[in-house]
Design a protein around this ligand. Sequence first.
Ligand code: COA
Ligand code: AMP
Length: 629
Amino acid sequence: MNYQEEYKKSISDPEGFWGAQAQALDWYKPADQVLSIDENGLYRWFKGAYTNTAYLSLDYHVENGRADQIALQYDSPVTQTKRAYTFRDMRDRVAKIAGGLKKLGVLKGDTVVIYMPMIPEAVMTMLACARLGAVHSVVFGGFAPHELAIRIDDAKPKLIVTASSGIEVDRIIPYKPMVDKAVDLAEHKVQNVVIFQRKLGALVPSKDYDIDFETMVASAESVGCTPLEATDPLYILYTSGTTGKPKGVVRDNGGHAVALRYSMEKVYGLKPGDVFWAASDIGWVVGHSYIVYAPLISGVTTILFEGKPIRTPDASTFWRVISEYKVNVMFTAPTAIRAIRQEDPNGVFIKAYDLSSLRLQFLAGERCDVATLSWTRKQLGIPVIDHWWQTESGWPMLANLAGLELLPIKEGSVAKAVPGYDLRILDEEGDEKPAGAEGYVAVKLPLPPGCLPTLWEQDQGFKDSYLSRFPGYYFSGDGGFKDADDYLFITGRVDDIINVAGHRLSTVEMEEVVAAHPLVAECAVVGVNDEIKGQIPLALVVVQQSQQNFLEIGNEIISSIRSEIGPVAALKTVVQVKRLPKTRSGKILRKLIRAIANKDEFSIPSTIDDPTIVEEIKEAIHPNYKQTN
Ligand code: COA
Ligand code: AMP
C-alpha cells in the first residue's frame, strides 16, 4: 500500500484500520470495541482489551525467540561505562524491581515518580511500574525541586525513585538533596524515596523515608505482569502548558502500544532485530516513546546514551555510538546537530567513522532550520527527515513515512499527516484555510490511538485546553500551513510555550518567577532566536522605585529561575525597561517584543497604547540599536 492509500483508509475507517494494526500485538484479551466514547464524552481506544506494556516490551520477546538479543545498550561517556542487556536480562531485573516496589506497597493504579538520570535502572523502573500496573511519572532531571514538588502534589505518588546523582559532562549533580527538598516543599507526603546509589561524590545523609534500591531488589521476589485494561493509564508525563502549571498528559496502555509499534514500522522503517537510537532523555516524551517503549515493543535494540552531543568528550561522540552499535536509524533534536556543526563544520569526525549501518536520520522536538537539515544530509549522505509531534500525541503527527513510501523531501516542511491524523489548518472561526495560507494546526477528532485520552484527573481541563477552541478538533498550539501538495510547514507556537534546546518551557511560568522578585513591578518573558538552542528566554523587567542597582536584580532573577524552574530554562538575559508595550486594554504585546528582539520586520499594532514605546524597547534590547540601524 502506498502512503495515499494507507492515509485515506486510516481516516475513512479508523476502527477498521486500527483494529487491523492491533492484531500485530499479543493481547491477553482482544477489544470488545475498537473505538468508543466514555462517560465523560472522551474517545477511548480498545475498550475491553487486556494487555500489559511491560509484557509486550520484554516477556513477549523472551518467549518468542529474542531472549538473547540485546534489548538495551547503555553507553555512558560521562562515567566511561558501556553495558548491554538482553531481553532476558531486562525481563529478569525488571521483574525483581517490580517485586521490590510491590513489597513497598505499590499496587495497580498507584503512582510512582521517577527522577533519575539516564541510567538503565531508570528504564527498568519505568518498566517495573508498567509490569505492576502502577502509573509512572518521570520528571526530567534538569528541573528544580520546586518543579518536582508541583508534580508530586499533582500525581500524589506513593514512592519516588531516584538516584544519588546525575552527571552533566564533568559535573556531578546531586539528585538526592533535590528530591529531599521537593519532598519538603510538597504538600503530598510520599511514603518512601528509593535511591539507586551511583557511588559518585559524597554520601548524602539519609532520611527516615529512604530505601536503598539494591537492597530492595536483593530481597525481592520476581513478579509477573498484571493484566491491565487497554484504557488503564501507563504513565503521566507533565509538560508545559499555557498556564503557570504543567499539564499531566496521560498515556494509556493499549492504544499506546498499537500506535508505537505501527510508528516503528511505518514512520521509522524499522523491523525486529534492528538498532534504533533516540538521543533524547527519558524525562521527555521522545525518551518515553522512542528510547523505552517503541523499540522494545517492536523487538528493536535501543541505545541509552548518558552524554551530550559535544563535550563528552567532543563532537565525534554521536558518530562513535552509531558505528560502534551499528545503529540503523537515529533520532535527535536539531539543537544537537547545530552544536555538533559548530564544533565540526566540515564533518571531519563524521568521515572518521564507518556509518554504513545508518539508513535514516530523523529530527524533531523543535523547528529545524533548512541550513541544519541540509548540512546533516550532505554530511551523512542519507535521507534526513524532519517530523513533527508533541508530548500530547506521543508519536509522530506529521512525517515522511520511510517504512511505507519515502516521499520527496521538501526542506523546511515536516511532510504529510501521518495515518490516523486528520490534520487541518484552521482560521480563527474554525474554518479550513486554503493551501498556502497560515492558520492554526488542528486535528479532527478522534485522535488516533497513542494520543492523550485526557489529562491526569482533569477531564474538564483537557477539554478546556485542547478541545474547546475549535469544537470537534484537537488544537495543537502550533501555527502552520499546507502547500498545494499537502506538505505541512510548521511556523511555531501561537501560545506562550517556547522550545529551548528541544526542552519545552512556559514563559508564563517564568514570568511568575520573575514577578515574584520583590523589586519587580512588571515583566514579560519571550522566546528569542538562538543560533544553537533554537530559542532562549529573554526577560523584560520594570522595577519598582529602588536604589538597588539593576545588575544585582537581574542576577537574582536569573538565579531564581534556575532554582525555581531549573537550569534548563537557561534564562541569561534580563533587560530593564521603563514600561512594557501594551494594548489600550492593558494587554502586554509580547509578539511585538519578540519581533523587536529578533530584529524581525513588524508593523506596530493598531491597538497599541502608545506607539513611542517601540523605540524605547528597541534601545533597551539592542543598546547599540541607533548606531547599527
Ligand atoms: N540534570 C541536571 N541538569 C541538567 C540536565 C539534567 N538532566 N540537563 C541539562 N541540565 C542543565 C545543564 O547542565 C545546563 O546547566 P548550566 O546552565 O549550569 O550549564 C542547563 O541545564 C542547560 O542544559 P542544556 O539545555 O543541555 O544546554 P547545554 O548548554 O548544556 O548543552 C546542547 C547544549 C545543545 C548540547 C544540549 O542542549 C543538547 O544536547 N540538546 C539536545 C536536547 C535534546 O535532545 N532534547 C530532547 C528533545 S527531543
Ligand atoms: P514537546 O511536547 O516537548 O515534544 O514539544 C512539542 C512542540 O515542539 C510542538 O508543539 C512544536 O511547537 C515543537 N516541535 C516539535 N517538533 C517540531 C518540528 N519538527 N518542527 C517544528 N516544531 C516542532
